[in-house]
Design a protein around this ligand. Structure first.
Ligand SMILES: Nc1ncnc2c1ncn2[C@@H]1O[C@H](COP(=O)(O)OP(=O)(O)O)[C@@H](O)[C@H]1O
Ligand SMILES: Cc1ncc(COP(=O)(O)O)c(N)n1
Length: 255
């Protein structure tokens, strides 16, 4: 059977743990055929980002044309966008991007800045599934989001800007908050004791896109993605890949 096609529009992580590399592994692991539009090349490892080379907007547009004009894309995940012109290219074609999931990437796990609120904020107005972590939700709203109560109000406020759903993720708390169809629901997971969380947000948003492509409704897609990330974190918990926060076990090699 022909697999569903999912597209990631994101940055490359040379260390292989986050960005395009995490997205394509997630797509493959969950049974989707992955395509990619690269928005930036980062020189990155588990310790951090040492250089960023933005891909020119016209090359991003050409990649998008090449994929959309030929392949039956069923869902799209958007990650790192560092250039306002690239945000414009994506926004101009947002209506053609089915099952859009936007991860408003602002800062890498190791602390380097990967995006700006003004640029990323452009896409939060589209009917997407928006997946900020607490820090990103706080940056988008201009205040600190830390507690479960603050996550609940942040999810509802961000949803009022236009997304069809918002999931504010809680990293090591394993508690996420979903706002969908007018309701806010806390999603509790099993916390995994690990330092290896590089790429967890990328993996989460990509897994949501795959499940939406497969026909899941938003709450089911989010629940399945949460479970997939949890497995990946458990599998990679004992891995020693790099001196900083390492990647997830995308293929279940260790669980
Ligand atoms: N240590 C952990 N144990 C269990 N779940 C986790 C852990 N860290 C992250 N998650 C889950 O991973 C998903 C991605 O969220 P998060 O790590 O907050 O994204 P980001 O990488 O953007 O900070 C969420 O479902 C979150 O609950
Ligand atoms: C190219 C790129 N894109 C995104 C992230 C965020 O990673 P995380 O999933 O850990 O928030 C990253 N570190 N690098």
């Amino acid at each position: 059977m022909t697999p569903p096609v999912v597209l990631t529009i994101a940055g490359s992580d040379s260390g292989g743990g986050a960005g395009i590399q995490a997205d394509l592994k997630t797509f493959a692991a969950l049974g989707a055929f992955g395509t990619s539009v690269i928005t930036a090349i980062t020189a990155q490892n588990t310790l951090g980002v040492t250089a960023i080379h933005p891909v020119p907007a016209e090359i991003v547009a050409a990649q998008l044309d090449a994929v959309l004009s030929d392949l039956p894309v069923a869902a799209v995940k958007v990650g790192m966008i560092s250039d306002p012109a690239v945000a414009k290219v994506i926004a101009a074609r947002a209506a053609e991007l089915p099952n859009l999931v936007v991860d408003p990437v602002l800062v890498a796990t190791a602390g380097s800045r990967l995006g700006e609120v003004d640029v990323v904020g452009v896409l939060t107005a589209y009917p997407c599934v928006l997946t900020p972590n607490r820090h990103e939700a706080g940056a988008l709203l201009g205040r600190v989001i830390e507690t479960a109560e603050e996550m609940v109000s942040a999810a509802a406020e961000l949803a009022a800007r236009g997304p069809r759903a918002v999931v504010v993720t809680g990293s090591e708390l394993a508690l996420d908050v979903l706002h969908y169809a007018g309701e806010t629901t806390p999603l509790r997971g099993e916390p995994v004791a690990t330092v290896n969380n590089h790429g967890s947000g990328c993996t989460f948003s990509s897994a949501i896109a795959v499940r939406l492509a497969a026909g899941d409704a938003v709450p089911e897609a989010v629940a399945a993605a949460k479970e997939y990330v949890n497995r990946g974190l458990r599998g990679g918990a004992q891995w020693r890949l790099g001196a900083g926060p390492g990647p997830l076990d995308h293929f279940g090699w260790s669980v």
